[in-house]
Design a protein around this ligand. Structure first.
Ligand code: OOG
Ligand code: MG
Length: 262
């Protein structure tokens, strides 16, 4: 049900400003209770980015693994938009000083060679797969939010890096490692993503509508996310697909991440 009492554009503006100023909002203050309103806010928020010159490069899924659902205390699949301004070059440097309390998580990315309609065969649409890293940065204090609130906040999207693209491989059960400074931070399997990451792709088309050829889709983290400190080399490896990495600049430390429960 859509609520008419809320000013959805004003909520989008608050979230946008929170990101630009790296000053979080308190969860629970948006008044959002409906998912429909939440996606309307997300669209308005992304439209503000596009108006500033950002280009939408694809979609991301959230809460596709139990590890993530448990960590964040939610139980529903969500989706958001990624833009060119969020891209981090594989092997490159990344300045996270403008973020609030960044976390990083290992993912698998799909590249669509053909459009994928809701109900269509996801495997037939995929032209390439790659290991990926996602940086999330909730615009809510302490990463504390309701499901509609995280949807409105474009699912905490902040940055992503994509490793080398390979021909579509069987992603049913590939080992996933997340290393910070060469130390193992998280490990898991692509099977953690809805039993098979292709299910996340099918869900993206079901939830967001037809996905055009050329779209990148992040399937959702296979493990819990970990805080991303400055001056850190981060690498995700997916067995058989290779790895993707970046290094954060040694700039001013972001605000303390008080929300980690994993
Ligand atoms: C929301 C983003 C979830 C994932 O991969 O599950 C997500 C959050 O955890 O703040 O990107
Ligand atoms: Mg993610």
């Amino acid at each position: 049900m859509t609520s008419t009492a809320l000013d959805l554009d004003a909520i989008a503006e608050r979230l946008d400003t929170a990101a630009l100023d790296a000053h979080p909002l308190s969860g629970g203050t948006t008044g959002l209770t409906s998912t429909e309103d939440a996606y309307a806010v997300q669209r308005a928020l992304v439209a503000r980015k596009v108006a500033r010159g950002e280009r939408i490069t694809g979609f991301k899924l959230g809460f596709t693994s139990l590890a993530k659902m448990r960590q964040m205390g939610v139980s529903d699949l969500i989706h958001g938009r990624i833009t060119d301004a969020m891209e981090i070059a594989d092997g490159g440097r990344y300045d996270a000083s403008g973020l609030i309390h960044p976390r990083v998580e290992p993912e698998v990315a799909f590249l669509l060679g053909a459009a994928l309609r809701p109900g269509g065969d996801p495997a037939a649409a995929v032209s390439a797969v790659a290991p990926a890293l996602e940086i999330i940065d909730s615009r809510y204090d302490g990463f504390t939010f309701s499901l509609p609130e995280v949807v409105a906040d474009n699912t905490s999207a902040a940055g992503y890096a994509i490793g080398p693209w390979s021909a579509p491989a069987d992603l049913a059960n590939l080992g996933v490692l997340l290393e910070l400074e060469g130390r193992l931070a998280q490990s898991g399997s692509t099977a953690a993503v809805l039993g098979h990451p292709l299910r996340a792709l099918a869900a993206a088309a079901r939830l967001a509508g037809e996905l055009p050829a050329g779209t990148v889709v992040l399937a959702g983290a296979a493990t819990a996310a970990v805080p991303l400190p400055p001056g850190t080399h981060v690498r995700a490896t997916v067995a058989g697909l290779g790895s993707v990495a970046f290094t954060t600049d040694k700039t001013a430390a972001p605000a303390t991440d008080r929300g980690v429960t994993a």
